[in-house]
Design a binder for this molecule. Structure first.
Ligand code: SF4
Length: 700
């Protein structure tokens, strides 16, 4: 029997686990890669079931225009012609790309190059806007660049781990298992979970702070005040390597003058707040992980900076076991950020507003046009579609008809725009609204790289060619670019050539930015094929990559100092009210991913949570006539309503509801939770406030 092995990377969360596929003519088996730094051989339930997702139902196999199967040539010509016509008539800002953290870095790179350098607009944004953009903005404010300083080993070397707004056990399961294993080796490793819900993560922590939804910045500001008053700061580090402490402390003192005030505003016991603060102050090696519970907020950037402030105050950064650590949602959110897949960034972490950066990137690409200002961020972009300002939109590997706030409005808007969807499935809520459908390769067929939460670049390798006429995303983008007349700039013969160009472009950063892959700029096809995971920067000085940043205490700011940010906490924009008395929170369940395209096809994964539900505190259920196991209608301020199963649980705070984000029109009627979320965004990052929508509930 023929057999072979493929070493690749899991396509789900930002942990970025290495996967080994053992293939025979009869079967495919999946196991974790022992020598991959992200997972050291482990896989979670989703990763373990990857072999069952190789044959996706409802696979999109052929290009379609207007619902009719056509050749690739016809489809590409239609897309190029419609985009050209819109640009000629209405200018480059009348078209847009909405892309995805599911794309590989090479796909992302060519999409960004086409939009920014050749179409001449910055209207390319990504679904990573919905999960990571507040972390990006906070990193830029504090460190001068979008950088995650630490590595996963820091969690194992810590004496205390804080999990802020992160249900790590379900959303980053292998990382959680690494934490649990570290606790078994070191029973003194103290874990604090900060989350309004008593999630599985929270119930396994030594201390759970079930704070009032939206009050995180008060808690972290209070810690900064406490550290100052207890003389628990690293005064030498602060004096030599940071700026802005006094303003940050002044703002913190106003909102969180003492422990009693913090406890009152966060609805916590003063004893628990004191316990957290004392432990943080007294522990040298602290890792503070943060995820969507902080970022998906109208003040998410401030919340994350309030957390980072406490690490800067104590010098707990750039040292083993001591760092703030952003946990990325998607497998390649980081890679997308590197190539400039956000509407407010150029390629290679350069800024659109910087004329020198624009000129350098334009020269490098030999590009005819560059945008002079940032483009539309995700929520604004779909507002522009609804308002008729975007005439042609290309959506790649994502499902905004389900995942955007006020998703019902997004679905209506897409009906009136020329919409191209490139995806691997034919029947998503977004694909159903497309004028042109382009069949894309998916995991197991794709070939390229991804970057995980901690800057680790890993290869995704194909097990087999795409079925039907499906093609890699980079190939599809290049075909359209050529049809638009930009052929010579998009004449790549494979993903290795794109990666080399991406690495060569990053070399422009020498001495300005830490994102630098210059040592990989001349990677041969063979070395690209064999590339082992490595964390950037990858330079002549560090050809094997760099696990931990800021060891030298220098930050990529003009004066080399990190910045404290003065944070004045702001409450969520839409508080609960008489007619909408609950706070609705949404998130993932353990065994599902995004809008179920892949995990929904696996019975062993679907069995755990077979249908959408609302989790509600039993006291609230009794007060509102809800029965455990019955149906409820949940309504939001957008006018939308969904019908879901009731689950009574004391894990839920009184006054709060939780509904998973996964279900959509393809899997359950009337279960689009994002239909209920108003399109409120963080003014700094553009990330939506998906964790806090006022809602009403009643028996159905
Ligand atoms: Fe995949 Fe994330 Fe699970 Fe690892 S932890 S196997 S990357 S879903």
């Amino acid at each position: 029997m023929d057999s072979s092995s493929v070493f690749t990377t899991c396509p789900y969360c930002g942990v970025g686990c290495g996967v080994q596929l053992e293939w025979t003519t009869a079967s495919v088996t999946v196991s974790g890669l022992d020598d991959h730094p992200a997972n050291l051989g482990r896989l979670c339930s989703k990763g373990t079931a990857l072999a069952e997702t190789l044959e996706l139902p409802d696979r999109l196999l052929y290009p379609h225009v207007g619902g009719r199967r056509v050749s690739w040539g016809q489809a590409v010509a239609t897309v190029a012609e419609r985009f050209r016509a819109a640009i000629t008539r209405h200018g480059p800002d009348s078209v847009a790309f909405y892309v995805s953290g599911q794309l590989l870095t090479e796909d992302y790179y060519v999409a960004n190059k086409l939009m920014k350098g050749f179409i001449g607009s910055a209207n390319i944004d990504t679904n990573s806007r919905l999960c990571m953009s507040s972390a990006v903005a906070a990193h830029k404010r504090a460190f001068g660049e979008d950088l995650v300083p630490g590595c996963y080993e820091d969690i194992e070397q810590a004496e205390m781990v804080v999990l802020a707004g992160s249900n790590t056990a379900w959303c980053h399961p292998v990382l959680f298992r690494r934490l649990q294993a570290a606790r078994e080796r070191n029973p003194d490793l103290y874990v604090v979970a900060i989350d309004p819900r008593r999630t599985y993560t929270a119930s396994s922590a030594d201390l759970h702070l079930a704070l009032a939804p939206g009050s995180d910045a008060v808690l972290w500001n209070g810690l900064l005040v406490y550290l100052a008053e207890q003389d628990a700061m690293d005064r030498d580090f602060v004096a030599r390597h940071t700026a802005g402490l006094e303003a940050a402390l002044a703002a913190a003192r106003k909102s969180a003058p003492d422990i009693d005030a913090v406890a009152w505003r966060c609805e916590l016991s003063a004893g628990d707040v004191r316990r957290f603060y004392q432990r943080f102050a007294a522990t040298g090696r602290v890792v503070s992980c943060y995820s969507q519970g902080l970022g998906q907020s109208s003040s998410g950037t401030d919340k994350i900076n309030a957390l980072i402030n406490c690490h800067l105050a104590t010098g707990r950064i750039g040292r083993p076991g001591a760092t703030p650590l952003s946990l990325t949602g998607q497998p390649n959110a980081m890679g997308g950020r590197e190539v400039g897949g956000l509407a407010n960034q150029l390629a290679a972490h350069r800024e659109i507003e910087d004329p020198e950066a624009r000129r350098q990137v334009q020269d490098f690409w030999n590009a005819p046009a560059m945008p002079q200002r940032p483009g539309l961020k995700a929520v604004e972009l779909f507002d522009a579609v609804a308002g008729g300002r975007i005439k042609a939109l290309w959506i790649m590997a994502t499902n905004p008809a389900v995942s955007l706030p006020e998703a019902g409005k997004v679905r209506r808007a897409l009906r009136d725009c020329f919409v191209v969807v490139s995806d691997c499935v034919a029947n998503s809520d977004t694909a159903r609204l497309a004028d042109v459908l382009l069949p894309a390769a998916t995991w197991g067929e794709k070939d390229g790289t991804v970057t995980n939460s901690v800057r680790l670049i890993s290869r995704q390798r194909p097990l087999r060619p795409p079925p039907g006429e499906a093609r890699p995303d980079w190939w599809i983008v290049c075909q359209v670019a050529r049809a638009m007349g930009f052929g010579s700039a998009f004449a790549y013969n494979g993903p290795a050539a794109i990666f080399r160009e991406h690495a060569a472009l990053s070399a422009l950063n020498r001495g300005r930015r830490l994102f630098d892959l210059s040592a990989l700029a001349d990677l041969s096809d063979e070395r690209y094929e064999r590339l082992k995971p490595l964390a950037w920067p990858v330079t002549a000085e560090n050809p094997r990559g760099t696990l931990r940043l800021f060891v030298d205490r220098r930050f990529p700011t003009p004066d080399g100092r990190a910045r404290f940010v003065a944070v004045t906490p702001r409450p969520p924009v839409h508080p609960a009210a008489r007619s909408l008395p609950f706070v609705l929170n949404s998130g993932r369940v353990r065994d599902h991913w995004h809008t179920l395209t892949r995990t929904g096809a696996v019975p062993s994964l679907s069995g755990h949570d077979p249908e959408p539900f609302v989790e509600v505190n039993p006291h609230d259920a009794a007060a509102f006539g809800l029965e455990d196991g019955g149906l409820a209608e949940v309504a939001g301020p957008t006018g939308g309503a969904i019908v879901v199963r009731v689950r009574c649980s004391y894990r839920q705070r009184r006054g709060s509801l939780f509904v998973p984000m996964h279900w959509n029109g393809a899997f359950a009627a009337r279960a689009w939770v994002n239909d209920l979320v108003p399109p409120v965004i963080d003014p700094v990052s553009g990330q939506p406030e998906s964790k806090h929508a006022p809602a009403a509930i009643r028996p159905f």
